[in-house]
Ligand binder design. Structure first.
Ligand SMILES: Cc1cc2nc3c(=O)[nH]c(=O)nc-3n(C[C@H](O)[C@H](O)[C@H](O)COP(=O)(O)O)c2cc1C
Length: 308
């Protein structure tokens, strides 16, 4: 099905309009070139690349991934190539795409976040920044920002003062009240919120009585977390005015539609990319099919239509 025909799938995610609501979730889509032979990358609404830090990061020792019921735990530890290599070696390919590119960033201090954001604000080929304030796998840094409303406010405010490009902030679900964090991040000047990042979990090998992950705990993702993500998105859209992007366990168009109906302006596909690299395109086509069947001409007419 061609994207030119059928319903209008455009959606605004805060400072930028996407041609459709299907984005890739950070850390599950590499730097996109890994997927270029598998799908038409120009059909995606937006691409979010692997979490980037100022300097290259090795991440945690293996084992770093373990399968769980309806999901997986990862403790990659935010391994990445670092800013310089990203700009010199990964960005040239990304620039050839018509799809907007968001760079997911993290740092161990406010200064690191600021430096990274400032540099990416003027780098050609980048549409916006997604700030990871969750980082459940990283012992130092990140974790403190995403779980405390005032730390979250401070880091986002500092970044906002440095950048003019669209600023999406990715929230941690490992908190008591996600709406409180969401409200502070909005007050700090975020253009949009994405949620959720992974939920901290663990798995024990009963033979060795040790964790199946070298890091002991890891981040849970996949279908197991979808109802939690959906509940959090629904709660947050009632609290803030900025667009919310839904992420967590989305495997099918039906899953994506649940998030859109709950009020998400767009969605991100994560773990599903590992199972079927074509998932994003299947979801895009499924959303279109649903809108055509329901005789809905604009995607925006379905967003937030949930009724109690
Ligand atoms: C292997 C792996 C690596 C991830 N790396 C990042 C990352 O670098 N930055 C980030 O903000 N989120 C990262 N995430 C979280 C995902 O982007 C997403 O928020 C989460 O997995 C929930 O969505 P899902 O259930 O569709 O996978 C990672 C997830 C996985 C499974």
């Amino acid at each position: 099905m061609s994207d030119q025909n059928g319903p209008d799938l455009r959606t605004n995610i805060g400072g930028i309009e996407l041609k459709n609501p299907v984005m890739t979730a950070s850390g599950t889509f590499g730097y996109a070139d890994e997927f270029k032979k598998l799908i038409d990358l120009n059909r995606l609404g937006a691409i979010i690349v692997k979490g980037l830090s100022l300097k290259p990061t090795k991440g945690n020792p293996p084992p770093r991934i373990v399968e769980t019921a309806c999901g997986m735990l990862n403790a990659i530890g935010l391994e990445n190539v670092g800013l310089e290599t990203f700009v010199n070696e990964k960005l040239p390919f990304l620039k050839t795409l018509s799809t907007p590119i968001f760079v997911n960033i993290y740092g161990k201090s406010i200064e690191e976040y600021e430096e990274l954001a400032l540099s990416l604000n003027t780098t050609e080929g980048i549409a916006g920044i997604e700030v990871n304030i969750s980082c459940p796998n990283v012992k130092a840094g990140g974790i403190a920002f995403g779980v405390d409303p005032e730390s979250a406010y401070k880091v986002v405010k500092a970044i906002r003062q440095k950048i003019t490009r669209p600023l999406m902030v990715k929230l941690s679900p490992n908190v008591t009240d996600i709406t409180e964090i969401a409200a502070r991040v909005e007050a700090a000047g975020a253009d949009s919120l994405s949620l959720i990042n992974t939920l901290t979990g663990m798995v024990i090998d009963i033979e060795t009585r040790r964790s199946k992950l070298a890091n002991i705990t890891g981040g849970l993702s996949g279908p197991a977390i979808k109802p939690i993500a959906l509940r959090m998105v629904w709660q947050v859209v009632q609290k803030v005015k900025i667009p919310v992007i839904g992420v967590g366990g989305i495997m099918t168009a039906e899953d994506a539609l649940e998030f859109l109906i709950a009020g998400a302006a767009a969605i991100q596909v994560g773990t599903a990319n590992f199972i079927n690299p074509h998932t994003t395109i299947d979801i895009l086509e499924g959303i279109k099919k649903y809108l055509i069947e329901k005789k809905i001409t604009c995607l925006t007419d379905i967003i937030g239509t949930f009724s109690q």
